[in-house]
Design a protein around this ligand. Structure first.
Ligand SMILES: [Zn+2]
Length: 548
Protein backbone atom coordinates (compact mmCIF):
# COMPACT_ATOMS: atom_id res chain seq x y z
CA UNK A 1 0.00 0.00 0.00
CA UNK A 2 2.76 2.37 0.99
CA UNK A 3 4.65 1.49 -2.15
CA UNK A 4 1.55 2.21 -4.25
CA UNK A 5 1.20 5.61 -2.58
CA UNK A 6 4.85 6.33 -3.32
CA UNK A 7 4.39 5.34 -6.97
CA UNK A 8 1.35 7.59 -7.22
CA UNK A 9 3.26 10.50 -5.72
CA UNK A 10 6.14 9.93 -8.12
CA UNK A 11 3.75 9.65 -11.05
CA UNK A 12 2.05 12.89 -10.05
CA UNK A 13 5.43 14.61 -9.66
CA UNK A 14 6.65 13.44 -13.06
CA UNK A 15 3.36 14.46 -14.69
CA UNK A 16 3.63 17.91 -13.13
CA UNK A 17 7.24 18.33 -14.14
CA UNK A 18 6.55 17.63 -17.83
CA UNK A 19 6.91 20.87 -19.77
CA UNK A 20 4.05 22.01 -22.00
CA UNK A 21 4.27 20.94 -25.61
CA UNK A 22 2.72 24.18 -26.71
CA UNK A 23 2.52 27.64 -25.13
CA UNK A 24 -0.07 30.01 -26.58
CA UNK A 25 0.24 33.68 -25.57
CA UNK A 26 -2.82 35.74 -26.45
CA UNK A 27 -2.60 39.52 -26.34
CA UNK A 28 -5.85 41.43 -26.71
CA UNK A 29 -5.02 44.85 -28.08
CA UNK A 30 -6.49 47.61 -25.88
CA UNK A 31 -8.10 45.49 -23.17
CA UNK A 32 -8.19 47.29 -19.80
CA UNK A 33 -8.82 45.22 -16.66
CA UNK A 34 -11.98 47.19 -15.97
CA UNK A 35 -13.65 45.50 -18.99
CA UNK A 36 -13.75 42.22 -17.08
CA UNK A 37 -15.06 43.88 -13.91
CA UNK A 38 -17.67 45.90 -15.83
CA UNK A 39 -18.93 43.15 -18.14
CA UNK A 40 -18.71 40.15 -15.78
CA UNK A 41 -22.51 39.75 -15.95
CA UNK A 42 -22.64 39.37 -19.74
CA UNK A 43 -19.63 37.18 -20.58
CA UNK A 44 -19.83 33.38 -20.74
CA UNK A 45 -18.43 30.66 -18.50
CA UNK A 46 -15.89 29.13 -20.89
CA UNK A 47 -13.68 32.08 -21.85
CA UNK A 48 -12.08 34.46 -19.35
CA UNK A 49 -14.09 32.90 -16.53
CA UNK A 50 -12.74 29.45 -17.33
CA UNK A 51 -9.18 30.73 -17.06
CA UNK A 52 -10.04 32.44 -13.77
CA UNK A 53 -11.72 29.29 -12.44
CA UNK A 54 -9.16 26.71 -13.59
CA UNK A 55 -6.04 28.87 -13.75
CA UNK A 56 -4.88 32.12 -12.16
CA UNK A 57 -6.08 35.64 -13.00
CA UNK A 58 -3.78 38.30 -11.58
CA UNK A 59 -6.42 40.94 -10.95
CA UNK A 60 -4.04 43.78 -10.03
CA UNK A 61 -1.58 43.45 -12.87
CA UNK A 62 -0.35 46.66 -14.47
CA UNK A 63 2.41 47.90 -16.71
CA UNK A 64 5.23 49.55 -14.72
CA UNK A 65 6.00 52.11 -17.42
CA UNK A 66 4.53 55.26 -18.95
CA UNK A 67 4.44 54.67 -22.72
CA UNK A 68 1.41 52.38 -22.86
CA UNK A 69 1.34 51.92 -26.63
CA UNK A 70 1.07 48.86 -28.88
CA UNK A 71 4.75 48.54 -29.87
CA UNK A 72 6.13 48.81 -26.33
CA UNK A 73 3.35 46.56 -24.96
CA UNK A 74 3.95 43.70 -27.35
CA UNK A 75 7.73 43.95 -26.95
CA UNK A 76 7.17 43.72 -23.18
CA UNK A 77 4.86 40.70 -23.44
CA UNK A 78 7.24 38.84 -25.75
CA UNK A 79 10.51 39.71 -24.01
CA UNK A 80 9.65 40.56 -20.40
CA UNK A 81 11.78 43.69 -20.76
CA UNK A 82 10.70 47.29 -20.16
CA UNK A 83 10.74 49.69 -23.13
CA UNK A 84 13.90 51.21 -21.59
CA UNK A 85 15.54 47.79 -21.89
CA UNK A 86 13.98 46.64 -25.18
CA UNK A 87 14.44 49.98 -26.93
CA UNK A 88 10.83 49.93 -28.11
CA UNK A 89 10.02 53.20 -26.32
CA UNK A 90 7.07 54.13 -28.54
CA UNK A 91 5.39 53.18 -31.81
CA UNK A 92 7.46 55.88 -33.54
CA UNK A 93 10.46 57.92 -32.57
CA UNK A 94 13.03 60.15 -34.25
CA UNK A 95 16.74 59.69 -34.74
CA UNK A 96 19.46 61.87 -36.20
CA UNK A 97 20.74 60.88 -39.63
CA UNK A 98 24.39 61.32 -40.60
CA UNK A 99 23.53 64.34 -42.72
CA UNK A 100 21.96 66.09 -39.76
CA UNK A 101 18.26 65.47 -40.36
CA UNK A 102 15.77 63.97 -37.95
CA UNK A 103 14.21 60.84 -39.35
CA UNK A 104 11.08 59.13 -38.12
CA UNK A 105 11.58 55.49 -37.19
CA UNK A 106 8.67 53.08 -36.89
CA UNK A 107 9.22 50.49 -34.16
CA UNK A 108 9.08 47.49 -36.55
CA UNK A 109 10.73 49.23 -39.50
CA UNK A 110 13.57 47.53 -41.38
CA UNK A 111 14.22 48.90 -44.85
CA UNK A 112 16.38 45.87 -45.67
CA UNK A 113 13.56 43.39 -45.10
CA UNK A 114 11.47 42.82 -48.22
CA UNK A 115 7.74 42.09 -48.01
CA UNK A 116 6.62 38.51 -48.72
CA UNK A 117 4.77 38.18 -51.04
CA UNK A 118 6.49 41.04 -52.96
CA UNK A 119 4.65 44.34 -53.38
CA UNK A 120 5.16 46.76 -56.29
CA UNK A 121 3.62 49.92 -54.84
CA UNK A 122 6.62 51.72 -53.22
CA UNK A 123 4.64 53.10 -50.26
CA UNK A 124 2.95 49.79 -49.39
CA UNK A 125 6.24 47.99 -49.95
CA UNK A 126 8.02 50.27 -47.48
CA UNK A 127 5.15 49.85 -45.01
CA UNK A 128 5.68 46.09 -45.10
CA UNK A 129 9.47 46.18 -44.87
CA UNK A 130 9.40 44.91 -41.34
CA UNK A 131 11.46 42.99 -38.79
CA UNK A 132 12.46 43.13 -35.12
CA UNK A 133 15.63 45.08 -36.07
CA UNK A 134 14.89 47.82 -33.50
CA UNK A 135 14.22 45.35 -30.69
CA UNK A 136 17.22 45.34 -28.33
CA UNK A 137 16.12 42.54 -25.97
CA UNK A 138 15.91 38.78 -26.30
CA UNK A 139 12.41 37.34 -26.03
CA UNK A 140 10.91 34.23 -24.53
CA UNK A 141 10.87 32.69 -28.01
CA UNK A 142 14.54 33.60 -28.52
CA UNK A 143 15.58 31.94 -25.26
CA UNK A 144 13.64 28.82 -26.17
CA UNK A 145 15.34 28.72 -29.59
CA UNK A 146 18.75 28.99 -27.91
CA UNK A 147 17.91 25.96 -25.79
CA UNK A 148 16.25 23.89 -28.48
CA UNK A 149 16.47 24.86 -32.13
CA UNK A 150 13.68 22.47 -32.98
CA UNK A 151 11.20 24.45 -30.89
CA UNK A 152 8.97 26.40 -33.27
CA UNK A 153 8.05 30.01 -32.56
CA UNK A 154 5.32 31.74 -34.56
CA UNK A 155 3.43 34.99 -34.13
CA UNK A 156 0.24 36.32 -35.77
CA UNK A 157 -1.72 39.57 -35.58
CA UNK A 158 -3.50 42.08 -37.77
CA UNK A 159 -0.72 44.54 -36.80
CA UNK A 160 2.87 44.04 -37.91
CA UNK A 161 4.39 45.55 -34.76
CA UNK A 162 2.30 43.28 -32.51
CA UNK A 163 3.27 40.07 -34.32
CA UNK A 164 6.91 41.01 -34.84
CA UNK A 165 7.81 42.44 -31.43
CA UNK A 166 6.01 39.71 -29.51
CA UNK A 167 7.58 36.95 -31.63
CA UNK A 168 11.10 38.24 -30.94
CA UNK A 169 14.29 38.15 -32.96
CA UNK A 170 14.46 34.44 -33.66
CA UNK A 171 10.82 33.69 -34.42
CA UNK A 172 10.43 31.18 -37.23
CA UNK A 173 7.68 33.33 -38.69
CA UNK A 174 5.57 36.41 -37.96
CA UNK A 175 2.46 37.31 -39.96
CA UNK A 176 0.35 40.46 -40.16
CA UNK A 177 -2.47 41.88 -42.26
CA UNK A 178 -2.30 44.77 -44.70
CA UNK A 179 -5.75 46.10 -45.59
CA UNK A 180 -4.51 47.77 -48.78
CA UNK A 181 -3.39 44.51 -50.36
CA UNK A 182 -6.04 42.62 -48.36
CA UNK A 183 -3.81 39.79 -47.25
CA UNK A 184 -1.56 38.52 -44.50
CA UNK A 185 2.10 39.38 -45.03
CA UNK A 186 5.52 38.47 -43.72
CA UNK A 187 9.04 39.55 -44.69
CA UNK A 188 12.33 38.12 -45.93
CA UNK A 189 13.69 38.50 -42.38
CA UNK A 190 11.91 35.30 -41.38
CA UNK A 191 13.20 31.82 -42.14
CA UNK A 192 9.74 30.21 -42.28
CA UNK A 193 7.45 32.25 -44.50
CA UNK A 194 4.83 29.48 -44.92
CA UNK A 195 4.08 30.88 -48.37
CA UNK A 196 1.76 28.07 -49.46
CA UNK A 197 -0.14 28.01 -46.18
CA UNK A 198 -0.58 31.79 -46.02
CA UNK A 199 -1.47 32.10 -49.72
CA UNK A 200 -4.14 29.46 -49.24
CA UNK A 201 -5.43 31.25 -46.18
CA UNK A 202 -5.44 34.62 -47.96
CA UNK A 203 -7.67 33.12 -50.66
CA UNK A 204 -10.38 32.58 -48.05
CA UNK A 205 -10.45 36.25 -47.00
CA UNK A 206 -12.68 37.92 -49.64
CA UNK A 207 -15.52 35.42 -48.98
CA UNK A 208 -15.59 36.47 -45.32
CA UNK A 209 -17.34 39.71 -46.26
CA UNK A 210 -20.88 38.63 -47.10
CA UNK A 211 -23.47 40.61 -49.01
CA UNK A 212 -25.64 42.71 -46.70
CA UNK A 213 -23.33 42.03 -43.75
CA UNK A 214 -23.80 43.86 -40.47
CA UNK A 215 -22.24 44.02 -37.05
CA UNK A 216 -25.29 43.81 -34.76
CA UNK A 217 -25.44 44.08 -31.01
CA UNK A 218 -25.38 40.56 -29.56
CA UNK A 219 -28.41 39.53 -27.48
CA UNK A 220 -26.14 38.82 -24.50
CA UNK A 221 -24.59 42.28 -24.60
CA UNK A 222 -27.97 43.97 -24.17
CA UNK A 223 -27.80 43.31 -20.41
CA UNK A 224 -24.44 45.11 -20.10
CA UNK A 225 -24.10 48.21 -17.93
CA UNK A 226 -23.09 50.74 -20.55
CA UNK A 227 -22.81 54.54 -20.52
CA UNK A 228 -23.25 55.53 -24.15
CA UNK A 229 -25.46 58.66 -24.53
CA UNK A 230 -27.06 58.94 -27.98
CA UNK A 231 -26.22 62.64 -28.26
CA UNK A 232 -22.50 61.87 -27.78
CA UNK A 233 -22.00 59.72 -30.86
CA UNK A 234 -22.03 61.85 -33.98
CA UNK A 235 -19.03 64.20 -34.01
CA UNK A 236 -17.61 62.43 -30.94
CA UNK A 237 -16.88 58.96 -32.27
CA UNK A 238 -14.89 58.05 -35.32
CA UNK A 239 -16.70 56.80 -38.44
CA UNK A 240 -14.27 54.43 -40.15
CA UNK A 241 -14.79 52.50 -43.39
CA UNK A 242 -18.48 53.36 -43.56
CA UNK A 243 -19.26 51.59 -40.28
CA UNK A 244 -21.14 54.61 -38.88
CA UNK A 245 -21.10 55.62 -35.21
CA UNK A 246 -23.87 53.40 -33.84
CA UNK A 247 -25.46 49.96 -34.25
CA UNK A 248 -26.18 48.35 -36.63
CA UNK A 249 -22.87 48.73 -38.47
CA UNK A 250 -22.74 47.83 -42.17
CA UNK A 251 -19.60 45.82 -43.08
CA UNK A 252 -18.83 46.64 -46.69
CA UNK A 253 -15.27 45.34 -47.06
CA UNK A 254 -12.39 43.60 -45.30
CA UNK A 255 -11.09 46.87 -43.83
CA UNK A 256 -14.44 47.48 -42.17
CA UNK A 257 -14.47 43.86 -40.96
CA UNK A 258 -11.16 44.38 -39.11
CA UNK A 259 -12.84 47.20 -37.16
CA UNK A 260 -15.41 44.76 -35.77
CA UNK A 261 -15.00 41.72 -33.48
CA UNK A 262 -15.16 39.55 -36.63
CA UNK A 263 -11.59 40.73 -37.27
CA UNK A 264 -10.49 38.44 -34.41
CA UNK A 265 -11.59 35.42 -36.46
CA UNK A 266 -9.09 36.30 -39.19
CA UNK A 267 -6.24 36.10 -36.70
CA UNK A 268 -7.53 33.08 -34.76
CA UNK A 269 -8.18 31.17 -37.98
CA UNK A 270 -4.64 31.85 -39.21
CA UNK A 271 -3.37 30.71 -35.79
CA UNK A 272 -5.39 27.49 -36.20
CA UNK A 273 -3.98 26.98 -39.70
CA UNK A 274 -0.42 27.36 -38.37
CA UNK A 275 -1.03 24.95 -35.48
CA UNK A 276 -2.32 22.41 -38.00
CA UNK A 277 0.10 23.04 -40.85
CA UNK A 278 3.23 23.31 -38.73
CA UNK A 279 2.11 20.61 -36.29
CA UNK A 280 2.71 22.76 -33.27
CA UNK A 281 2.75 20.90 -29.97
CA UNK A 282 3.14 17.57 -31.71
CA UNK A 283 6.58 16.51 -30.49
CA UNK A 284 8.89 16.72 -27.48
CA UNK A 285 10.26 20.14 -28.49
CA UNK A 286 7.98 22.77 -26.90
CA UNK A 287 6.57 25.34 -29.31
CA UNK A 288 5.27 28.88 -28.78
CA UNK A 289 2.49 30.61 -30.66
CA UNK A 290 1.91 34.32 -30.05
CA UNK A 291 -1.50 35.69 -31.05
CA UNK A 292 -2.48 39.36 -30.90
CA UNK A 293 -6.09 40.40 -31.50
CA UNK A 294 -6.11 43.96 -32.87
CA UNK A 295 -9.79 44.57 -33.65
CA UNK A 296 -10.58 45.43 -30.03
CA UNK A 297 -8.10 48.31 -30.37
CA UNK A 298 -9.41 49.58 -33.70
CA UNK A 299 -13.01 49.71 -32.51
CA UNK A 300 -12.00 50.92 -29.04
CA UNK A 301 -10.26 53.98 -30.50
CA UNK A 302 -13.27 54.74 -32.71
CA UNK A 303 -16.15 54.20 -30.27
CA UNK A 304 -14.50 54.42 -26.82
CA UNK A 305 -14.47 51.94 -23.93
CA UNK A 306 -17.88 53.00 -22.60
CA UNK A 307 -19.70 52.21 -25.84
CA UNK A 308 -22.09 49.41 -26.71
CA UNK A 309 -19.51 48.47 -29.31
CA UNK A 310 -16.80 47.96 -26.67
CA UNK A 311 -19.17 45.92 -24.50
CA UNK A 312 -20.13 43.80 -27.49
CA UNK A 313 -16.51 43.27 -28.42
CA UNK A 314 -15.79 41.95 -24.91
CA UNK A 315 -18.72 39.52 -25.13
CA UNK A 316 -17.74 38.32 -28.59
CA UNK A 317 -13.98 38.15 -27.92
CA UNK A 318 -14.74 36.09 -24.82
CA UNK A 319 -16.81 33.70 -26.93
CA UNK A 320 -14.17 33.47 -29.67
CA UNK A 321 -11.52 32.70 -27.07
CA UNK A 322 -13.75 30.15 -25.30
CA UNK A 323 -13.98 28.22 -28.57
CA UNK A 324 -10.22 28.50 -29.12
CA UNK A 325 -9.41 27.34 -25.57
CA UNK A 326 -11.78 24.36 -25.93
CA UNK A 327 -10.11 23.35 -29.20
CA UNK A 328 -6.65 23.62 -27.64
CA UNK A 329 -7.72 21.48 -24.71
CA UNK A 330 -9.30 18.92 -27.02
CA UNK A 331 -6.24 18.70 -29.23
CA UNK A 332 -3.47 18.91 -26.62
CA UNK A 333 -5.16 17.82 -23.39
CA UNK A 334 -3.02 18.78 -20.41
CA UNK A 335 0.06 19.67 -22.44
CA UNK A 336 -0.89 23.18 -23.56
CA UNK A 337 -0.32 26.35 -21.51
CA UNK A 338 -2.28 29.50 -22.29
CA UNK A 339 -1.49 33.05 -21.20
CA UNK A 340 -3.89 35.92 -21.84
CA UNK A 341 -2.98 39.57 -21.44
CA UNK A 342 -3.16 42.95 -23.21
CA UNK A 343 -0.69 45.50 -24.54
CA UNK A 344 -2.41 48.44 -22.78
CA UNK A 345 -5.80 49.66 -21.61
CA UNK A 346 -7.61 52.82 -22.70
CA UNK A 347 -9.21 55.96 -21.32
CA UNK A 348 -12.78 57.13 -21.88
CA UNK A 349 -13.64 59.62 -24.61
CA UNK A 350 -13.20 62.88 -22.63
CA UNK A 351 -16.74 64.31 -23.09
CA UNK A 352 -18.21 60.96 -22.12
CA UNK A 353 -15.91 60.72 -19.09
CA UNK A 354 -17.10 64.15 -17.95
CA UNK A 355 -20.78 63.30 -18.19
CA UNK A 356 -20.26 59.88 -16.67
CA UNK A 357 -18.14 60.76 -13.67
CA UNK A 358 -18.50 64.55 -13.36
CA UNK A 359 -14.75 65.01 -13.32
CA UNK A 360 -12.92 67.24 -15.76
CA UNK A 361 -11.42 65.53 -18.81
CA UNK A 362 -10.10 66.94 -22.06
CA UNK A 363 -8.15 66.53 -25.28
CA UNK A 364 -4.79 68.26 -25.76
CA UNK A 365 -3.78 68.88 -29.36
CA UNK A 366 -0.10 69.60 -29.95
CA UNK A 367 0.15 68.06 -33.38
CA UNK A 368 0.80 71.14 -35.50
CA UNK A 369 2.45 74.52 -34.83
CA UNK A 370 -1.00 76.09 -35.33
CA UNK A 371 -2.70 74.20 -32.49
CA UNK A 372 -3.49 76.51 -29.57
CA UNK A 373 -1.90 74.51 -26.71
CA UNK A 374 1.32 74.34 -28.73
CA UNK A 375 1.26 78.09 -29.37
CA UNK A 376 0.70 78.65 -25.64
CA UNK A 377 3.59 76.34 -24.81
CA UNK A 378 5.91 78.13 -27.25
CA UNK A 379 4.93 81.55 -25.87
CA UNK A 380 5.45 80.51 -22.26
CA UNK A 381 8.77 78.80 -22.97
CA UNK A 382 10.01 81.90 -24.83
CA UNK A 383 9.14 84.06 -21.85
CA UNK A 384 11.11 81.71 -19.56
CA UNK A 385 14.11 81.98 -21.90
CA UNK A 386 13.88 85.79 -21.96
CA UNK A 387 12.89 85.98 -25.62
CA UNK A 388 10.40 88.62 -26.78
CA UNK A 389 8.75 86.39 -29.39
CA UNK A 390 8.15 82.60 -29.61
CA UNK A 391 11.32 80.72 -30.59
CA UNK A 392 9.32 77.80 -32.02
CA UNK A 393 11.93 75.26 -30.96
CA UNK A 394 9.48 72.34 -31.15
CA UNK A 395 10.63 70.53 -34.24
CA UNK A 396 8.56 67.39 -33.81
CA UNK A 397 5.86 66.16 -31.49
CA UNK A 398 4.79 62.55 -31.09
CA UNK A 399 2.44 61.39 -28.31
CA UNK A 400 4.00 63.42 -25.51
CA UNK A 401 7.58 63.36 -26.81
CA UNK A 402 8.94 66.74 -27.93
CA UNK A 403 12.03 66.90 -30.12
CA UNK A 404 13.57 70.40 -30.07
CA UNK A 405 15.52 72.31 -32.69
CA UNK A 406 18.64 73.62 -30.97
CA UNK A 407 19.92 75.40 -34.08
CA UNK A 408 17.44 78.14 -33.24
CA UNK A 409 18.72 78.75 -29.71
CA UNK A 410 19.31 82.40 -28.84
CA UNK A 411 22.79 83.42 -27.70
CA UNK A 412 23.66 82.52 -24.11
CA UNK A 413 21.06 79.74 -23.86
CA UNK A 414 22.23 76.13 -23.87
CA UNK A 415 20.25 73.05 -24.91
CA UNK A 416 19.40 71.94 -21.38
CA UNK A 417 18.18 75.42 -20.43
CA UNK A 418 15.84 75.26 -23.42
CA UNK A 419 14.64 71.77 -22.49
CA UNK A 420 13.96 72.92 -18.94
CA UNK A 421 12.01 75.94 -20.14
CA UNK A 422 9.75 73.72 -22.25
CA UNK A 423 9.47 71.22 -19.41
CA UNK A 424 8.47 73.91 -16.93
CA UNK A 425 6.00 75.46 -19.36
CA UNK A 426 4.46 72.04 -19.98
CA UNK A 427 4.21 71.41 -16.24
CA UNK A 428 2.15 74.60 -15.89
CA UNK A 429 -0.36 73.49 -18.54
CA UNK A 430 -3.84 72.16 -17.79
CA UNK A 431 -3.97 68.36 -17.80
CA UNK A 432 -0.23 67.80 -17.44
CA UNK A 433 0.76 65.45 -14.61
CA UNK A 434 4.51 66.01 -14.98
CA UNK A 435 7.22 66.67 -17.54
CA UNK A 436 10.89 65.70 -17.78
CA UNK A 437 13.97 66.56 -19.80
CA UNK A 438 16.14 63.89 -21.39
CA UNK A 439 19.16 65.15 -19.39
CA UNK A 440 17.20 64.87 -16.17
CA UNK A 441 16.22 61.28 -17.00
CA UNK A 442 19.77 60.39 -17.99
CA UNK A 443 20.84 61.13 -14.41
CA UNK A 444 19.84 58.73 -11.61
CA UNK A 445 17.20 59.81 -9.13
CA UNK A 446 17.13 57.72 -5.94
CA UNK A 447 13.59 58.80 -5.01
CA UNK A 448 11.51 59.33 -8.12
CA UNK A 449 7.75 59.91 -8.00
CA UNK A 450 5.50 57.14 -9.32
CA UNK A 451 5.11 59.00 -12.63
CA UNK A 452 8.86 59.56 -12.95
CA UNK A 453 9.60 55.92 -12.21
CA UNK A 454 7.16 54.92 -14.95
CA UNK A 455 8.72 57.41 -17.38
CA UNK A 456 12.21 56.11 -16.62
CA UNK A 457 11.07 52.58 -17.43
CA UNK A 458 10.16 53.66 -20.96
CA UNK A 459 13.01 56.08 -21.62
CA UNK A 460 16.04 55.57 -23.81
CA UNK A 461 18.16 58.61 -24.44
CA UNK A 462 18.92 58.01 -28.12
CA UNK A 463 15.26 57.46 -29.03
CA UNK A 464 13.02 59.31 -26.58
CA UNK A 465 12.44 63.05 -27.08
CA UNK A 466 14.13 66.05 -25.47
CA UNK A 467 11.12 66.79 -23.29
CA UNK A 468 8.62 64.12 -22.23
CA UNK A 469 5.18 65.24 -21.09
CA UNK A 470 2.78 62.98 -19.18
CA UNK A 471 -0.92 63.73 -18.86
CA UNK A 472 -3.23 63.38 -15.88
CA UNK A 473 -5.96 60.75 -15.82
CA UNK A 474 -8.83 61.90 -18.07
CA UNK A 475 -6.62 63.76 -20.54
CA UNK A 476 -5.52 62.40 -23.92
CA UNK A 477 -3.32 63.63 -26.78
CA UNK A 478 -5.64 64.60 -29.57
CA UNK A 479 -5.27 64.49 -33.36
CA UNK A 480 -8.72 64.72 -34.97
CA UNK A 481 -11.10 65.46 -32.11
CA UNK A 482 -12.72 62.03 -32.39
CA UNK A 483 -12.67 58.83 -30.36
CA UNK A 484 -10.08 58.20 -27.69
CA UNK A 485 -6.61 56.79 -27.02
CA UNK A 486 -4.10 55.46 -24.49
CA UNK A 487 -0.41 55.93 -23.80
CA UNK A 488 -0.25 57.58 -20.36
CA UNK A 489 1.00 56.40 -16.96
CA UNK A 490 -2.57 56.25 -15.59
CA UNK A 491 -4.44 53.22 -14.20
CA UNK A 492 -6.91 52.93 -17.11
CA UNK A 493 -3.99 52.59 -19.55
CA UNK A 494 -1.62 50.58 -17.34
CA UNK A 495 -3.98 48.05 -15.73
CA UNK A 496 -4.53 44.99 -17.94
CA UNK A 497 -5.33 41.33 -17.15
CA UNK A 498 -2.67 38.66 -16.77
CA UNK A 499 -4.13 35.15 -16.90
CA UNK A 500 -2.42 31.76 -16.91
CA UNK A 501 -4.04 28.40 -17.54
CA UNK A 502 -3.15 24.83 -18.46
CA UNK A 503 0.05 22.78 -18.25
CA UNK A 504 2.19 23.72 -15.27
CA UNK A 505 -0.38 26.20 -13.95
CA UNK A 506 -2.49 25.89 -10.80
CA UNK A 507 -5.55 27.76 -9.62
CA UNK A 508 -3.80 30.36 -7.49
CA UNK A 509 -5.33 31.25 -4.14
CA UNK A 510 -6.71 34.70 -3.37
CA UNK A 511 -3.38 36.05 -2.14
CA UNK A 512 -1.70 34.83 -5.32
CA UNK A 513 -4.34 36.33 -7.63
CA UNK A 514 -4.25 39.65 -5.78
CA UNK A 515 -0.45 39.83 -5.72
CA UNK A 516 1.73 42.15 -7.76
CA UNK A 517 2.01 41.19 -11.44
CA UNK A 518 2.57 42.69 -14.86
CA UNK A 519 2.56 41.37 -18.43
CA UNK A 520 6.38 41.55 -18.22
CA UNK A 521 6.21 38.61 -15.80
CA UNK A 522 4.91 36.26 -18.50
CA UNK A 523 8.30 35.80 -20.18
CA UNK A 524 9.98 34.74 -16.94
CA UNK A 525 7.08 32.61 -15.70
CA UNK A 526 6.46 30.82 -18.99
CA UNK A 527 10.22 30.46 -19.42
CA UNK A 528 10.35 28.49 -16.16
CA UNK A 529 7.84 26.01 -17.60
CA UNK A 530 10.18 25.18 -20.49
CA UNK A 531 13.44 25.52 -18.56
CA UNK A 532 14.74 28.81 -19.95
CA UNK A 533 15.66 32.06 -18.24
CA UNK A 534 13.74 34.81 -20.03
CA UNK A 535 12.76 38.36 -19.06
CA UNK A 536 14.46 41.55 -17.89
CA UNK A 537 14.94 43.37 -14.59
CA UNK A 538 11.23 43.85 -13.88
CA UNK A 539 10.12 40.42 -15.09
CA UNK A 540 9.20 38.33 -12.06
CA UNK A 541 8.37 34.65 -11.76
CA UNK A 542 4.68 34.34 -10.89
CA UNK A 543 5.61 31.24 -8.91
CA UNK A 544 2.35 31.06 -6.97
CA UNK A 545 0.53 30.22 -10.22
CA UNK A 546 2.94 27.45 -11.17
CA UNK A 547 2.79 23.77 -10.24
CA UNK A 548 5.18 23.13 -7.38
ZN1 LIG B 1 -2.35 48.41 -28.82
Amino acid sequence: MRRLALVLVLLAASAQAAPPKLIVVVSIDQFPSYYLERYANVIGEDGFKRLTREGTFFVNSAYPYANTFTGPGHASIGTGHTPAESGIVANNWYVWTQDGRMERVYCAQDDNAEPVPPIDDPKIRKDNSRSPLNLSAAGLGDRLQEKDRQSKVYSVSLKDRAAILMGGRKAWGAFWFDGRVKRFMTSTYYSHRLETLVAGFNKTLPARVKKEMYWDLDEKTKAAKVFDPEDLRKGVKSDKYGLGVEFRHPIRDLDALTYTPYGNDLVLDLARAIIRGEQLGADAHPDILFVSLSSTDYLGHAFGPDSWEAADSVVRTDRQLAKFFAELRKQFGGSVTVAVTADHGVQSIPVIAMRKSHTYADRVNMETPESQPRKDLEADAARRLGASAPLNLIRLFDEGAFYLDFSKLPGGVDAEQARRAYRDSARAMAGVADAFTSEQLAMPNPSPSAVERAVRNSFRRDRSGDVLVELKAGYIWDYDGLGTTHGQPVPDDQRVPVMLWGAGIVHGDEACAAGPASPLDLARTLGKLVGVDAGGKLSNDLACARTK
